[in-house]
Design a protein around this ligand. Structure first.
Ligand SMILES: [Zn+2]
Length: 386
């Protein structure tokens, strides 16, 4: 008979006895806390083989790193509690989901045929628990800084007029969430007439970035595995995700090319991102953990920690001759459908026999370009090697 051994009390019980005890005492298993990163794993390996004289400094480095990660989670939790009691404060987190294959195949064909990718950026309101998904596909736009900034921009433009202070949490992926494009977008948004006085963008510790939007993505992945719904076109993904949600169904916003702005162009042409702060000290985006945008044109504040007590430093980004940015100063990123690789196009055409008749022209008409077909999920990186 299988038995469970309790180390603490040094005795073993049968599984049936154990289950009986559990239900009688109304006990539940706590979810195991799996939140480690490359740095955690590397430090743990080093500690295991360390010489006695190296042990103290390695253990100190490990505890500092874990402490920072926990403090960042605490900061998010505190902001969330404040937002629950204050309607003028919005606390949000956002992230991209892993690419969704389209069409969604349930046969072995899916292992060797390249699908068209459908993208989803989820913005999660931590107080109301409403998830808003911004979705598009590979032929509409890529999934870089301009796209992420445009989704967040779209969300901010539709914010309830009560919101005066917006706090956003994200990971530190330099290609997507932590770059001058997204910073430019926030700076521009603050120049528009709206009720928002402060935007804070806070970054979780690389490798320890679990957020509410990740739970939304896990739920989508779980439902994706269980569903028998036909997903033959990106629009089927949009509809499918609209049916998901624990207490509130996810809101899906379909991004068109007209919603994707060229914030890279705006960053270069409407602002000057100086390499030194206002005190003349060099700063690096990698070290920044908190960016603050206010109504003061051209001023961006930053901190190297999420500590409320630490004073902000200032970066002046104003460009000579430009006092105010208007919506009309923003350029649209793309003026034609994005081309896909020729090999991918061939794979999609090979899949046509299983695609509904109505969607076949969509795949047949996809524009192509001869280049390497690479998986967009493999081109991103977080600052895990800090
Ligand atoms: Zn770690």
């Amino acid at each position: 008979m299988h038995r469970l051994y309790c180390e603490k009390y040094a005795y073993s019980v049968s599984i049936s006895k154990f289950s009986q005890l559990f239900s009688t005492l109304n006990l539940k298993f706590k979810k195991p806390k799996i939140d480690t990163c490359h740095k955690c794993d590397l430090l743990q390996c080093k500690i295991q083989v360390a010489k006695p004289e190296e042990l103290d400094s390695l253990q100190l480095e490990q505890s500092k790193h874990v402490n920072l990660a926990e403090k960042a989670y605490d900061a998010k939790q505190n902001d969330k509690q404040r937002a629950l009691a204050d309607a003028t404060l919005k606390v949000l987190c956002f992230d991209l989901q892993q690419c969704l294959p389209t069409p969604l195949l349930r046969t072995s064909l899916s292992f060797y045929k390249r699908p068209l990718w459908t993208f989803n950026l989820t913005m999660h309101d931590c107080a109301s628990n409403q998830a808003s998904c911004y979705m598009w596909h590979e032929a509409i736009a890529k999934r870089g800084g301009n796209e992420i900034a445009s989704c967040v921009f779209d969300y901010l433009l539709t914010l309830n007029t009560n919101a005066k202070h917006v706090v956003l949490y994200s990971d530190s992926c330099p290609g997507q969430n932590k770059n001058s494009f997204i910073a430019t977008m926030f700076a521009i948004f603050m120049q528009f007439k709206n009720n928002v006085d402060i935007i804070d963008h806070k970054f979780l510790v690389p490798g320890h970035t679990h957020m509410e939007c990740d739970s939304d993505h896990a739920l989508i992945e779980k439902r994706k595995k269980l569903t028998s719904t036909k997903i033959h076109h990106p629009r089927d993904w949009y509809q499918f995700i609209r049916t998901i949600g624990v207490t509130k169904k996810f809101v899906v916003n379909e991004m068109a090319q007209s919603n994707i702005y060229d914030f890279a162009h705006a960053s270069k042409n409407l602002f000057t991102w100086r390499k030194v702060d206002d005190s003349g000290e060099k700063y690096s985006l990698i070290d920044i953990k908190w960016l603050r945008y206010t109504k003061e044109t051209g001023n961006v504040y930053f901190k190297k920690s999420l500590n409320e007590e630490e004073p902000f430093k200032l970066i002046n980004i104003s460009k000579r001759g430009i006092n105010c940015v208007r919506m009309t100063d923003l350029k649209i990123c793309y003026d034609a459908p994005i081309k896909i690789g020729t090999k991918k196009k061939q794979d999609l055409l090979d899949m046509l026999p299983i695609v509904d008749e109505v969607y076949k022209p969509f795949y047949i008409n996809l524009a192509t370009e001869e280049h390497l077909d690479c998986h967009p999920d493999l081109t991103e990186s977080d600052e895990t090697n800090e």
